[in-house]
Design a binder for this molecule. Structure first.
Ligand code: MOS
Length: 759
C-alpha cells in the first residue's frame, strides 16, 4: 500500500499478546485516535491546498435565475465561484452517478443545472486560498431564484402514495398476503387498531462530511473522503468525471461515525473533485453542521397496525401498513413492514408499504433502516394488545414465538430469541414487575417497566482479502473495508492473529483505500461476516502456504505433515503429535528464500446453503423509566438488552456497538426529530442546540447480554453481525415502559413531555 501521506495504519501496542476470538480487546486504533494521530477526511495535509465552501439554496423548489458572484470574487484570495453556469464538464446521464447502493431513480448531481430540488441544495462552491476567505465570500454570493410551490408535508399528501420500484440491493418488497388478515381481524375477539408516526431524523456523526482532494504532479487524485466505502466513491468519481480508474484513489482510513450517512457518496465529494479539476490543484470541502441536514435522512413515516387475537393471546391477524417519504428524483426504500410477517406466528397477514415523493433530498439508510421504526410500531402494538388481553407482555411474545419464518416458510439458520427473553428477563427482574399501569411510584415519579423484541438481518456479501507474512514475523492483512468507528481494525486483527496463532501486536490490518482488495461498503452489520470471513479464508490459505514452505525445508520435521496434523500457536508452526517439533513462522519465511509468503482469498457467500434458511439477529430489550408526574419528563433508568447475534468475535467492540445502539434507541424514543417549516420547505432545527441528542446525563444503566449462538450458515466464523440490532426495539421498550408508568400511550416519536402530558 502506498503511504505517501503518512497515514498511520494502527496496530495493537507491544505486549497486547494473544487474544483468542471472543476476548474483549481494546481497539488497536485507540491510541492513534486519542493522541490525534488518526487523521479524518478534512485533516490530511496537502501542499498548496485550496478551500471550498458550499452555498446552499434558500428555496425548496424552483429555478436559479442568476448567480451574482462579483462581490465574492472581489474578496482577496478567492479563486473561483463555481455554479451550474461555469462548472467543469461532467457526465450528463444520471446513471453515471449511481453508486453501489443507489435506489431506483436518478441520483442528485450538484451544480448540474439551474433547477432547485430541495431547500439547502448546494447551488455554488466558493474556492479560496484560505478557509476564512472562502467562508466570507460564500456569504457574498447573491442568487436570484424563481420559486415554485413545493410539497414537503408527508401527512398532507398521503393520498399521493404509490408502490415503490424494487431496485435496491437488500430491499425486499412486502410479501403477498397470507390468509385473510382483515376478515380475521374483524372476527377476532380482541383487537388493536392504531396509527404511529415518526418524524425525520438526521445523522449526526461527530465528523462532518468532508473531502480532501490531493492532486499529484501527474494529475492523479488521492481523495480522503468521509465514506463507508472507498471503492464505491472511487467508482462514482471516475464515472461522473470520465476519469480512468487508475487516476483516482479514495481513502477513508479513519471515519468519525457515519451510521449510514456515508453509504452513498455525498455532494461535497463531487464538488471538491470539480474544484480540483477546475483549478488543477488540491482542494478541501467540509460541510458545516447545518449542511449535515441537507442530504439523506431517516424518512418521515406513517404507520398503521391492526392486531387481532383470541382470548388466550394467540395472534389471529396482523395488518401493517406504512407510508414513507422519498424525494422527487429517487425511490428510497427500506424494509419497514416485512418484520411484522416474520417475528410472530400468525396465519393471516397483510403488509403494505408505499411512498410519497416530496421536495426533500432522498432519504438514506440510518442505523437499522426500516426496522428502527417498523419494529417499533409492531412492538408498541403488541404491548397494547397485551393490556387488552390482560396478559403479561413477555408471555404474549412467548405465546406467539415463531420457530420458523412463516413468510418464507423456511427455518432460521439459528434463533436464540427464547434465550434472549429468558436471560434478559432474569437479569432485569421482570417477574417483580407489578402488571397494572400507574402501580409503581417513587415520590413524584411514576416508575414503569416495558419490554420489546428486536430483529435484524444477518447478511453476508462478497469480499476479497490478502494476507502477507513478512520475514520479520509481521503479518499484514488487507481489504478495502472501512472502520466507521465500529472496530473493524480491531476485529479483523483479532481474526487474523487467531488464525495464525500470533500475538495481536504482530498483525497489521490495512483498510480504507480503494486500491486494496475488494470489499463492500460497511453497512448492514455485515462487515464481520463478510470481510471477517475473507480475512479468515486468506489466513487459512496462508497457513497452507507456510506449511508447504516448511515441509520443503530440510530437517524441519514437517516433510510429510498434512494440514490437520499441525497447528499454529504462540508464533510457531507445531506438529500436533510431537509439539517439540516446531518452527517460528518468521523462520519459515526466511528459509523460503522469499521476502514474504502470501495468500489471497475471495469470499463468496454460500448462496445455495444460505437460501435454505432465514438469517436474522434477535434481541429482547427490557427497560425501566421514571416519569415526572408534574412535568412529563422521562428518565430511562435501566436498560437490559439480550442479543443473539451469532458468535461474538470481539467482545468489547461488539458490546460498544450494542451500547451505542441502545443510546440511539433512547434518543429515538425521547429526543430526535428534524422539524420542517413547511411554509419554507426547510428543516429548521439544524444544529445541536435544537436537534436533541442524548448527553451523558440522559443515559444511566445499560446492561448488554450476548446469548450463546454460533451460526456457521451465515459465516464461517459463526458470527452474524452486531452493528444494528442494538437499536431495534429499544424505543418500543421505552414507549411501553412509559405506558406502564403513566397509563398514557404515546404513538409518535420522540415521546416529548408535551405528548406525555397532553390531556
Ligand atoms: Mo448502516 S444504516 O447499514 O450504515
Amino acid at each position: 500500500m502506498r503511504d505517501v501521506h503518512g497515514d498511520q495504519q494502527p496496530r495493537a501496542p507491544l505486549g497486547a499478546g494473544f487474544a483468542p476470538l471472543g476476548t474483549p480487546v481494546s481497539r488497536v486504533d485507540g491510541i492513534a485516535k486519542v493522541t490525534g494521530h488518526a487523521r479524518y477526511a478534512a485533516e490530511h495535509p496537502a501542499p498548496h491546498l485550496a478551500w471550498g465552501v458550499v452555498v446552499s439554496s434558500t428555496i425548496a423548489k424552483g429555478r436559479i435565475e442568476r448567480v451574482a458572484s462579483e462581490r465574492a470574487l472581489a474578496v482577496p484570495g478567492v479563486l473561483a465561484v463555481l455554479s451550474h453556469e461555469n462548472r467543469p464538464k461532467m457526465r450528463r446521464l444520471g446513471f453515471m452517478y449511481k453508486d453501489m447502493t443507489a435506489p431506483k431513480g436518478s441520483p442528485f448531481r450538484p451544480l448540474q443545472d439551474a433547477e432547485v430540488r430541495y431547500s439547502g441544495q448546494p447551488v455554488a462552491l466558493v474556492v479560496a486560498e484560505t478557509f476564512e476567505a472562502a467562508r466570507h465570500a460564500a456569504g457574498l454570493v447573491e442568487i436570484a431564484y424563481a420559486p415554485v410551490r413545493h410539497e414537503t408535508n408527508l401527512l398532507e399528501h398521503l393520498d399521493r402514495r404509490y408502490s415503490p420500484s424494487r431496485m435496491k440491493a437488500g430491499f425486499s418488497p412486502p410479501p403477498k398476503p397470507r390468509g385473510d388478515a382483515d376478515a380475521a381481524f374483524d372476527a377476532a375477539p380482541i383487537g388493536i387498531d392504531a396509527e404511529y408516526y415518526s418524524g425525520v431524523e438526521h445523522h449526526n456523526p461527530m465528523e462532518m462530511h468532508a473531502s480532501t482532494v490531493i492532486r499529484g504532479d501527474d494529475g492523479h487524485l488521492t481523495i480522503y473522503d468521509k465514506t463507508q466505502g472507498s471503492q464505491n466513491c472511487r467508482w462514482v468519481v471516475s464515472r461522473a468525471f470520465g476519469l480512468s480508474a487508475d487516476k483516482v484513489t479514495v481513502r477513508n482510513p479513519y471515519v468519525g461515525g457515519a451510521f449510514g450517512s456515508g453509504l452513498r457518496p455525498q455532494y461535497q465529494l463531487l464538488l471538491a473533485v470539480m474544484a480540483s479539476l477546475h483549478l488543477q490543484r488540491s482542494v478541501r470541502v467540509m460541510l458545516t453542521r447545518q449542511q449535515m441536514f441537507t442530504f439523506g435522512h431517516r424518512p418521515e413515516t406513517w404507520q398503521r397496525l391492526k392486531l387481532g387475537a383470541s382470548a388466550d393471546g394467540t395472534l389471529q391477524a396482523v395488518v401493517h401498513e406504512a407510508i414513507a417519504e422519498t424525494s422527487r428524483f429517487e425511490d428510497y426504500v427500506e424494509v419497514v413492514v416485512n418484520w411484522s410477517g416474520q417475528l410472530y406466528r400468525c396465519e393471516n397477514v397483510r403488509l403494505d408499504y408505499k411512498l410519497v415523493d416530496l421536495d426533500h433530498y432522498t432519504p438514506i439508510d440510518m442505523r437499522a433502516p426500516g426496522a428502527a421504526h417498523g419494529v417499533h410500531a409492531l412492538e408498541v402494538a403488541m404491548d397494547e394488545l397485551s393490556y387488552e388481553l390482560a396478559m403479561d407482555p413477555l408471555a404474549l411474545r412467548l405465546k406467539n414465538h415463531a420457530d420458523r419464518d412463516a413468510a418464507k416458510d423456511l427455518p432460521y439458520s439459528s434463533k436464540e430469541l427464547r434465550a434472549c427473553y429468558e436471560q434478559g428477563a432474569a437479569r432485569f427482574g421482570w417477574e417483580r414487575r407489578s402488571p397494572r399501569p400507574r402501580s409503581m411510584r417513587r415520590g413524584h415519579e411514576l416508575v414503569g417497566h416495558g419490554m420489546a423484541t428486536g430483529i435484524w438481518d444477518a447478511m453476508q456479501m462478497m469480499a476479497r482479502a490478502h494476507a502477507v507474512l513478512h520475514a520479520d514475523g509481521g503479518l499484514v492483512v488487507s481489504s478495502a473495508a472501512s472502520d466507521i468507528g465500529t472496530g473493524t481494525y480491531t476485529v479483523m486483527s483479532q481474526i487474523a492473529a487467531a488464525a495464525l496463532g500470533l500475538p495481536l501486536e504482530r498483525v497489521t490490518f490495512q483498510l480504507g483505500d480503494s486500491t486494496l482488495p475488494f470489499a463492500p461498503i460497511e453497512g448492514g452489520s455485515s462487515h464481520v461476516t463478510t470481510v471477517g470471513s475473507a480475512v479468515d479464508g486468506a489466513c487459512e490459505k496462508l497457513r497452507h502456504a507456510l506449511l508447504k514452505a516448511a515441509s520443503r525445508q530440510p530437517g524441519s520435521g514437517f516433510a510429510n505433515a498434512r494440514p490437520e496434523e499441525v497447528e499454529f500457536a504462540d508464533g510457531y508452526l507445531v506438529l500436533r503429535s510431537n509439539p517439540a517439533t516446531r518452527v517460528p513462522l518468521e523462520a519459515i519465511v526466511s528459509g523460503s528464500g522469499q521476502p514474504a509468503i502470501e495468500a489471497k482469498h475471495l469470499l463468496l457467500p454460500n448462496v445455495v446453503r444460505q437460501k435454505k434458511h432465514v438469517r436474522s439477529t434477535h434481541s429482547a430489550v427490557f427497560c425501566q423509566v421514571a416519569v415526572d408526574e408534574d412535568f412529563g419528563t422521562v428518565r430511562v433508568e435501566r436498560v437490559v438488552s439480550a442479543i443473539a447475534a451469532g458468535r461474538i468475535i470481539s467482545a468489547k467492540t461488539a458490546r460498544s456497538q450494542i451500547v451505542g445502539g441502545i443510546v440511539w434507541g433512547i434518543s429515538q424514543a425521547l429526543h430526535e426529530e428534524s422539524h420542517a417549516d413547511h411554509a419554507l420547505g426547510r428543516f429548521m432545527n439544524h444544529n445541536y442546540a435544537e436537534y436533541h441528542v442524548p448527553v451523558n446525563a440522559d443515559i444511566a444503566d445499560i446492561d448488554v447480554i450476548f446469548v450463546e449462538e454460533d451460526d456457521r450458515i451465515v459465516s464461517r466464523l459463526g458470527a452474524k453481525g452486531v452493528g444494528e440490532i442494538g437499536i431495534v426495539g429499544v424505543a418500543a421498550a421505552v414507549c411501553n415502559a412509559i405506558y406502564h408508568a403513566t397509563g398514557r400511550r404515546v404513538r409518535s416519536t420522540p415521546m416529548t413531555p408535551d405528548k406525555i402530558m397532553a390531556p
